[in-house]
Design a protein around this ligand. Structure first.
Ligand code: COD
Ligand code: ZN
Length: 370
């Protein structure tokens, strides 16, 4: 058993508290990872606000980390102690029908199929002050040491800087892949990205790499526009600057709407705006954001009957264990610069400050280190 620090959410809506926790050794098929760095993603905020499905408190959040394997359980062959890894919020078991389908990355071990608050053989591997603490997505990267099933880590290049490539565990890969894999943005096409957080800006980068000729970035926080332009946005607009709905503005700007639109906010209204912003017939809208658990949205079916395609994406469509290591190699070859998303670096003891920065719209990505 290892004793170390972790940021614990004791109850929904309460600040995190940094505690000493006990982390049990990995069991068969599991690995124990020393987390070196972890990003703060809005999804963590959803989790401890209580709006993410299937989260049980107390819980250790965090899902955008990178670390080094400390020890392995019986039967683990994929990694050994000392290997650098990225924990995967979407596992790849390699055996289920989805993993065997080249078109799919929805592994049946995904948290959408069954909650990951406990390890597959049940109890948690974390305790604190005599209480069992739940895992989050089997990852809990806000703990200095965490136990993860072997199918939910990707072994990466030993040269990778962990305090940078941690973003490839979620935010960067989700947004970038939404453009490249899910929308399959074509050269010369037009795009609109709603929401310029770490995930939305990564979608902007994906659209740019795919050769889009026009990338319209939409946010109510104009403080995000300079970074969006730096990453490839050609136009930046705030819905608050217009009397008419933003979908009408985008339709006028482009003639018949953009070829591809992305909702990267997680708001029912902007989901409909994003859908209505893409070409009435051939447009593709990709939903990246999540609404509070249990909320639904109503749409006019004409939005789809006219021919539009409405899609979702899970971690940008990457087959995680196969492709996240390749993305890390591309990062090392400087094929993209996800470092531009990092605006702040803080010690784990200041985790709440990191969330305050996110809520205030002052940060894109804060990296926490132990
Ligand atoms: N109109 C325009 N922009 C808005 C509006 C609005 N009404 N409301 C908020 N925004 C902007 C904010 O100003 C901010 O710039 C941006 O939207 C959101 O950015 P962040 O930094 O708060 O969030 P991200 O980029 O870390 O995460 C966004 C997600 C949509 C991915 C997240 O909130 C979410 O829903 N996650 C769950 C689903 C998912 O795919 N997660 C990825 C794997 S974890
Ligand atoms: Zn995330």
């Amino acid at each position: 058993v290892i004793r170390c620090r972790a940021a614990v959410a004791w109850a929904a809506g309460k600040p995190l508290s940094v505690e000493e926790v006990e982390v049990a050794p990995p069991k068969a098929g599991e690995v124990r990872v020393k987390i070196v760095a972890t990003g703060i993603c809005h999804t963590d905020e959803h989790a401890f606000e209580g709006s993410f499905p299937n989260v049980d408190f107390p819980v250790i959040p965090g899902h955008e980390g990178a670390g080094i394997v400390e020890s392995i359980g019986e039967g683990v062959t994929y990694v050994k102690p000392g290997d650098k890894v990225i924990p995967l919020c979407l596992p790849q078991c390699g055996e289920c029908s989805f993993c065997l389908n080249p078109e799919s990355n929805y592994c049946v071990k995904s948290h959408l199929a069954s909650p990951q608050n406990l390890m597959p053989d049940k109890p948690s591997r974390f305790t604190c002050k005599g209480k069992q603490i739940n895992h989050f997505l089997w990852l809990s990267t806000f703990a200095e040491y965490t136990v993860i099933p072997e199918c939910a880590v990707a072994k990466i290049d030993a040269a990778a800087p962990l305090d940078k490539v941690c973003l490839l565990g979620c935010g960067f890969s989700t947004g970038y892949g939404a453009a490249i894999n899910t929308a399959k943005v074509k050269p010369g096409s037009t795009c609109a990205v709603f929401g310029l957080g770490g995930v939305g800006l990564s979608a902007v980068m994906g659209c740019k790499v795919a050769g889009a000729s026009r990338i319209i970035a939409v946010d109510i926080n104009k403080g995000k526009f300079a970074k969006a332009k730096e990453l490839g946005a050609t136009d930046c607009i705030s819905p608050q600057d217009f009397k008419k709905p933003i979908q009408d503005v985008i339709t006028e700007m482009t003639g018949h709407g953009v070829d591809y639109s992305f909702e990267v906010i997680g708001n029912p209204d902007t989901m409909i705006s994003a859908l209505a912003s893409c070409n009435v017939n051939t447009g593709v809208c990709v939903m990246v954001g999540l609404v509070s658990s249990g909320k639904v949205i109503a749409i006019d079916p004409m939005l789809l009957l006219s021919g539009r395609t409405w899609k979702g994406t899970l971690l940008g469509g990457w087959k995680t264990r196969d492709e996240i290591p390749k993305l890390v190699s591309s990062y090392l070859e400087k094929k993209f610069n996800s470092d531009l998303l990092i605006t702040h670096t803080l010690p784990i003891t200041k985790v709440n400050e990191g969330f305050d920065l996110l809520r205030a719209g002052k940060s894109i990505r804060t990296i926490l280190h132990f």
